[in-house]
Ligand binder design. Structure first.
Ligand SMILES: *[C@@H]1O[C@H](CO)[C@@H](O)[C@H](O)[C@H]1NC(C)=O
Ligand SMILES: *[C@@H]1O[C@H](CO)[C@@H](O)[C@H](O)[C@H]1NC(C)=O
Ligand SMILES: *[C@@H]1O[C@H](CO)[C@@H](O)[C@H](O)[C@H]1NC(C)=O
Ligand SMILES: *[C@@H]1O[C@H](CO)[C@@H](O)[C@H](O)[C@H]1NC(C)=O
Ligand SMILES: *[C@@H]1O[C@H](CO)[C@@H](O)[C@H](O)[C@H]1NC(C)=O
Ligand SMILES: *[C@@H]1O[C@H](CO)[C@@H](O)[C@H](O)[C@H]1NC(C)=O
Ligand SMILES: *[C@@H]1O[C@H](CO)[C@@H](O)[C@H](O)[C@H]1NC(C)=O
Length: 678
C-alpha cells in the first residue's frame, strides 16, 4: 500500500515536481566525527514529574513527606480509610535525619481496620504482575497489615496481601511485601491502601514513613525505571545521555542546588530536593540511578557539575569557590575512580565496584542565562577557568564542557578556550532551525547541541508566545534540517540532545518532548520528532564526506558520511522544506565510486496528509508520521534516484544487511501504546 503510494508519487513527479536535484558525494576529503560515531540522545532532568511520577517507577506520591523551605510538608496524595485521622508528625526520633517528618495514623479500637490510601501520581497502573512494596512503622502493634490495590472509582479490589507486623514500640521497623493482583484494573484510577487494626496497638495509632511501591522495573533494577517509558526511549536508539540538568542542577538558590551527595545511598538517607519545577522531588532518581540508566542503555553520558550559579542569581564569589570545585572532583571520583579511592569505595559499597566510563563533564548549566551579565561574567572570568583547570589536572582525559555556545545569550559572538567544548541550546521556530542549517559551517570551536527542539510556531513571538501543543510535523522537519547541519560538521558538533525528553500529561507546562505519558501506559506516545530522531540515530557515521550540488541548499538540505564500524557503509541524509507550490523533488544521490546495481536502504518519513500542523496526540493515539523503508538500486551511472515530497526526511544507507553497526537496534513493528492510523 505504502510502496504503491511512493510509486504514484514518483509517477506524478514529472508533472508536479521541481527540477531534479543531483547531489555528488565525494569518497574522500571528509573529517572524522569528533565523538566516534555521530551521537543522538537526550537531556533528562526531573521537569514537571518526568522523573518522580515519570520514568522513576515509584508509584507512591509523597512517600516520605519530604519538604523544604520552598515546599511545605503535607499529606498530599493521602486519604484516610474508615475514619482514621492522618497527621504529620515531627518525632524526636525520626526515621532518619534526612526524613524528619512522618505520618501518624490514628483509629478507634473496635471499629475495624483503619489506614490510608495513596493516589499515586494521578493514578496507578494495576496489572497482574509483581509489585514490590515496603513501609516503615513505629509503634507497638500485634496483628497484621493489609496492603491492597483498589479502584479509586468503585469498590473493586484488584489484589491484596497481609503483612505480619514486626512493629515494636520506640523503633522504626521496615516491612516488605510482594503483591500480585488477581486481575488487571480496567483503568489507571487506582490507589494503594494500607490498613491495620488499632485494637492491636497500645495507643490507637502508628507512625508511618517511606511508603513505597514499585511495579516491575526496566532490567529489574531495584529502585528502577518504568518499563514502557524506558523501552520507548531505548527504541529511539540513543547513544548519549546528559544529566542531571538542565536548570535542575542549578537549583533555586545556592542552598538548594542539586547536590549529588544527597541523591545516593539508601532511600531513607535521601532528604529530597527542592525542585525547580514547582514541586518537592524525592531524589529517588539519584546519581547512581542515572549512571545505571546510561549503563543499561549502553550510552555514553555527559554529567553536569554544580558551578556556583543558581536560578535566583546566587553566585559564589571566587574566594568561596574551592569547596565546590572539590565537590565536583569528588563526584567525578565517585563516578569513575577505582574502588579503592575514597569516593570510588563509596560507589563500590553501593553495589557498583566497576568504575563508570565518564569522559565528558559539563561545568554548570546555561551560565549565560541566570544571574544576567554577572552570572556570565563570573563564569568566564573565574568559575569556568578554575573548574576546568582542576578537572583537567586531575583527569587529563576528561573533556570539559563550557555551558554556553559562541552565539548564546548576547548579540555578539564570543569565545571560550579551544580545549573546551561549548553547549548550544536552540529552542526555535521551524523556519529558524532551517535557516540555521549552516550554523556550524564556519565554527572553529567544538560544541555539543545539549538541548534542541522546535517549540514555537513560525512567525510567532519567540519566548512570549506559547509553545505549540505537541511536537508537530513542520517543527520536526525543521529539527531534522538543523541536525543534518550538525552532522555535516560532526567533527566539531559532538552530539545532539533532545530536551526535555518526557512529558507527564497530568502535570506539564513544557509541551514539546520526545515522549508523552501518564499513569496509564495506554497514553504513552512517541512524538513526531521521536520518529525522525530515531531514523537519524539508527544510521550513524564515523566520518563526514564532502557533498556538492548545483542546486545548493534549500529546498533540499543534505549531508553524507561513512561508517567504518558498518563495513564502511555510505550514508546520505536529506530533508525537504519549502518547495515551490509544495511540489515533489526528484533526487539523485551519486556517491563517488559506487557502481551500478549497488543496493541501499531508503528510509523515508512523510506526513501522509501533508499537514504541517499534524502531531501525535496521546488521547487519539493516531501516529501521523509514515516511515517507509525500501531497498533501492543504483542506476547505470551508480546514482540512487528517488522522489521526496514537501516536508519529508530521508536516510539512504548502503548497509542493507541486518548485521549493521553496533548502535543499530531493530525498529519495533508497532510501538506499544499506538493504535494504527485510521
Ligand atoms: C480519587 O478519588 C478522589 C475522591 O473521589 C478524588 O478526589 C481524586 O481526585 C481521585 N484521584 C484520582 C487520581 O483520580
Ligand atoms: C481517571 O483518571 C484519568 C487520568 O488521571 C482522569 O482523566 C479521569 O478523569 C479519571 N476518571 C474519573 C472518573 O475520575
Ligand atoms: C550564595 O549566594 C549569595 C548571593 O546571593 C552569596 O553572597 C553567597 O556567597 C553564596 N554562597 C555560596 C556558598 O556560594
Ligand atoms: C518558507 O516559506 C515561507 C512562505 O513563503 C517563508 O515565509 C519562510 O521564510 C520560508 N522559510 C524558509 C526557512 O525558507
Ligand atoms: C562561512 O564562510 C564563508 C567564507 O567566508 C562564507 O562565504 C559563508 O557565508 C560563511 N557561512 C556562514 C554560515 O557564516
Ligand atoms: C509544572 O506544571 C504545573 C501544572 O501544569 C504548572 O502550573 C507549572 O507552571 C509547571 N512548572 C513549570 C516550571 O513548568
Ligand atoms: C573537513 O574539515 C576541513 C577543515 O575544517 C574543512 O575545510 C572541510 O570542508 C571539511 N570537510 C567536510 C566534508 O566537511
Amino acid at each position: 500500500m505504502v510502496l504503491l503510494k511512493q510509486a504514484l508519487i514518483a509517477a506524478a513527479a514529472c508533472i508536479a515536481s521541481t527540477a531534479a536535484v543531483t547531489i555528488d558525494v565525494g569518497a574522500s576529503g571528509g573529517n572524522a566525527t569528533g565523538y566516534g560515531q555521530t551521537r543522538y540522545g537526550f537531556l533528562h532532568e526531573d521537569i514537571n514529574n518526568s522523573g518522580d511520577g515519570g520514568i522513576y517507577a515509584e508509584l507512591i506520591r509523597n512517600r516520605a513527606f519530604q519538604y523544604s523551605r520552598k515546599y511545605p510538608v503535607s499529606l498530599d496524595a493521602y486519604r484516610p480509610i474508615n475514619g482514621a485521622k492522618l497527621s504529620i508528625q515531627m518525632l524526636d526520633e525520626p526515621l532518619s535525619h534526612a526524613l524528619p517528618a512522618s505520618m501518624r495514623v490514628r483509629g478507634h479500637a473496635g471499629k475495624g481496620a483503619v489506614g490510608f490510601q495513596n493516589e499515586g501520581y494521578w493514578g496507578m497502573d494495576v496489572k497482574r504482575q509483581t509489585y514490590t512494596g515496603s513501609f516503615w512503622v513505629r509503634g507497638h502493634y500485634e496483628g497484621s497489615f493489609t496492603a491492597s490495590l483498589r479502584s479509586n472509582l468503585t469498590d473493586a479490589v484488584f489484589g491484596s496481601t497481609k503483612i505480619k507486623s514486626k512493629s515494636v514500640a520506640g523503633e522504626w521497623v521496615e516491612h516488605k511485601y510482594e503483591l500480585v493482583p488477581k486481575k488487571d484494573a480496567p483503568n489507571s484510577n487506582n490507589t494503594l491502601a494500607i490498613t491495620f487494626d488499632p485494637a492491636g496497638t497500645n495507643s490507637g495509632h502508628l507512625d508511618f514513613n517511606l511508603i513505597s511501591l514499585f511495579p516491575p522495573t526496566f532490567k529489574n533494577r531495584r529502585n528502577g525505571l518504568r518499563i514502557d517509558l524506558a523501552e520507548a526511549l531505548l527504541e529511539f536508539n540513543p547513544s548519549v545521555i546528559r544529566f542531571p540538568g538542565g536548570n535542575m542542577l542549578e537549583g533555586n538558590t545556592n542552598r538548594s542546588y542539586w547536590d549529588w551527595k544527597d541523591s545516593i545511598g539508601p532511600l531513607r538517607y535521601r532528604p529530597g530536593f527542592a525542585g525547580v519545577w514547582d514541586y518537592q522531588q524525592t531524589h529517588g532518581l539519584g546519581l547512581v540511578e542515572y549512571l545505571e540508566w546510561a549503563e543499561d542503555f549502553d550510552c555514553e553520558f555527559v554529567v553536569a557539575v554544580y558551578a556556583g550559579l543558581s536560578l535566583n542569581g546566587d553566585i559564589t564569589p571566587r574566594s568561596d569557590l574551592q569547596p565546590f570545585i572539590d565537590d565536583a572532583l569528588n563526584e567525578i571520583e565517585f563516578i569513575r575512580g577505582p574502588a579503592d579511592s575514597p569516593w570510588g569505595a563509596r560507589r563500590a559499597e553501593l553495589g557498583h565496584p566497576e568504575p563508570f566510563k565518564l569522559e565528558y563533564v559539563e561545568v554548570g548549566n546555561e551560565d549565560w542565562l541566570a544571574g544576567g551579565l554577572k552570572g556570565w561574567d563570573t563564569y568566564r572570568k573565574y568559575r569556568f577557568p578554575l573548574f576546568q583547570k582542576a578537572i583537567q589536572a586531575a583527569y587529563p582525559d576528561i573533556e570539559v564542557l563550557y555551558s554556553g555556545a559562541t552565539t548564546d545569550g548576547f548579540p555578539q559572538t564570543h569565545s571560550f578556550p579551544q580545549d573546551a567544548i561549548g553547549d548550544y541550546h536552540p529552542y526555535r521556530e521551524p523556519d529558524w532551525l532551517v535557516r540555521e542549517y549552516n550554523r556550524f559551517d564556519n565554527e572553529t570551536l567544538r560544541h555539543i547541541v545539549g538541548e534542541v527542539a522546535a517549540v514555537h510556531v513560525n512567525g510567532g513571538i519567540r519566548w512570549e508566545g506559547d509553545l505549540y501543543d505537541f511536537p508537530w510535523w513542520i517543527g520536526t522537519v525543521g529539527e531534522a534540517i538543523s541536525m543534518i547541519g550538525y552532522e555535516r560538521n560532526a567533527d566539531r558538533v559532538l552530539g545532539t540532545f533532545f530536551a526535555p525528553v518526557l512529558r507527564n500529561m497530568n502535570r506539564w507546562q513544557w509541551s514539546i518532548t520526545l515522549i508523552q505519558f501518564a499513569a496509564d501506559p495506554e497514553l504513552t506516545t512517541r512524538s513526531t520528532s521521536w520518529y525522525i530522531w530515531s531514523m537519524f540515530a539508527r544510521h550513524p557515521i564515523t566520518e563526514t564526506l564532502p557533498v556538492s550540488s548545483e542546486a545548493g541548499f534549500g529546498p533540499v538540505y543534505y549531508g553524507a558520511g561513512r561508517d567504518s564500524t558498518r563495513d564502511r557503509a555510505l550514508v546520505w541524509k536529506g530533508a525537504v522544506y519549502n518547495t515551490t507550490n509544495n511540489a515533489d523533488v526528484p533526487i539523485k544521490v551519486a556517491f563517488e565510486g559506487v557502481e551500478a546495481g549497488t543496493k541501499a536502504q531508503l528510509s523515508m518519513a512523510t506526513q501522509p496528509d501533508a499537514d504541517p500542523w499534524a502531531y501525535n496526540d496521546p488521547f487519539t493515539g493516531v501516529n501521523v508520521v509514515d516511515v517507509t523503508r525500501r531497498v533501492v538500486t543504483a542506476n547505470a551511472e551508480g546514482a540512487f534516484e528517488f522522489v521526496m515530497p514537501e516536508l519529508s526526511v530521508a536516510v539512504l544507507d548502503t548497509d542493507v544487511g541486518d548485521g549493521g553497526g553496533k548502535r543499530r537496534r531493530e525498529l519495533p513493528g508497532k510501538p506499544p501504546g499506538f493504535r494504527p492510523v485510521q
